[in-house]
Design a protein around this ligand. Structure first.
Ligand code: NCD
Length: 307
């Protein structure tokens, strides 16, 4: 039970200790196992009503938060920016205060502005859950990624994970760096110079500018899409050249450990950052396992923030 009067948010991985993250992973695993029962539903959040505020498009994150809430008995109100009074020039703050005045039990928000969920948390009385903000953070993705790695490898501590591609514009990378480093993972970043962030969010991250140099010894290869919507037109590399230089091919995959797994948060662009057939190879790809783990990971997050 939440014994403090202040609401508990889930906006930044850095707010949690490694012991808390470990406990959250255990709860996510618990819900993962519970979901094996067909039609599983818990009444943990019965009577709670959550708002989802998605200012950016989403397939996986939005749907799995909604499923997670429903599996736990909560109800969801999907607020839609396109049909809201923001189209009548209402400010973001006024919109947030208006929604907050209706006393939801929780708000799940995705926004393109840096730190938007933390800003919202300062203006509403309920818990706020970050479903991805700007290029800064995507903490629920980091939890489901860590859950997937732990299931496949049996541990996190001591593994070597390479995060490859457009790291500079990736909130997935931003939260994964922090989460994985806290759990004792050796994190590598593999990207062309112009896609390496100026400031790395966690210490001890090794950087490489080629897959050939960075992949040997890796247990996990996490590929990232080029976030064209966060780049100026002149910065966007052409797809064929990018694939030639930084695409994950079978030959490059063979440089990692023989039992290495391939991950991708999605949406993926086959033939750009990853070769066409690799995502469909069940021997190496755990991409759909990540998607499936989105539900129990988000159940654990809703449990932590709302009970
Ligand atoms: C990512 C996102 O939206 O942050 N996808 C996701 O949530 N699984 C990554 C992306 O957009 O490339």
């Amino acid at each position: 039970m939440n014994t403090t009067s202040a609401p508990r948010h889930f906006n930044n991985i850095s707010d949690f200790s490694s012991a808390e993250l470990d406990a959250l992973l255990d709860r996510a695993q618990y819900w993962h196992d519970a979901l094996k029962t067909p039609g599983f539903k818990s009444d943990l959040l019965v009577g709670k009503i959550l708002f989802t505020l998605f200012f950016e498009n989403s397939t996986r994150t939005r749907t799995s938060f909604e499923l997670a809430a429903k599996r736990l008995g909560a109800e969801i109100v999907n607020w839609d920016v396109k049909t809201s009074s923001m189209t009548k020039d209402e400010s973001f703050l006024d919109t947030i205060q208006t929604l907050g005045a209706m006393s939801p039990d929780g708000i799940i928000i995705r926004h393109s502005e840096y730190n938007a969920p933390n800003f919202v948390a300062g203006h509403v009385a309920c818990p706020v859950v970050n479903a991805g903000d700007s290029y800064r953070a995507h903490p629920s993705q980091a939890l489901l990624d860590a859950l997937t790695i732990r299931q496949c490898k049996g541990r996190l501590q001591g593994l070597t994970v390479a995060i490859c591609g457009d790291v500079a514009h990736s909130r997935v990378a931003g939260s994964n760096f922090v989460f994985l480093s806290k759990m004792g993972v050796n994190v590598r970043l593999i990207a062309p110079n112009f896609l390496i962030p100026e400031k790395l969010p966690a210490p001890d991250i090794q950087t490489f500018t080629s897959l050939e140099e960075g992949l040997p010894g890796c247990d996990v290869i996490m590929m990232l899409r080029i976030q064209k919507e966060r780049m100026q037109a002149s910065q966007i590399p052409d797809d064929l050249t990018y694939f030639r230089d930084y695409g994950l091919t079978r030959a490059r995959l063979a440089l990692a450990k023989p039992d290495a797994i391939v991950m991708h948060p999605g949406p993926m662009n086959r033939g750009v950052e990853i070769d066409y057939d690799i995502p469909d190879d069940p021997q190496v790809s755990v991409i759909l396992k990540q998607v499936a783990n989105g539900v129990p990971a988000r159940m654990a997050i809703l449990e932590k923030t709302l009970t």
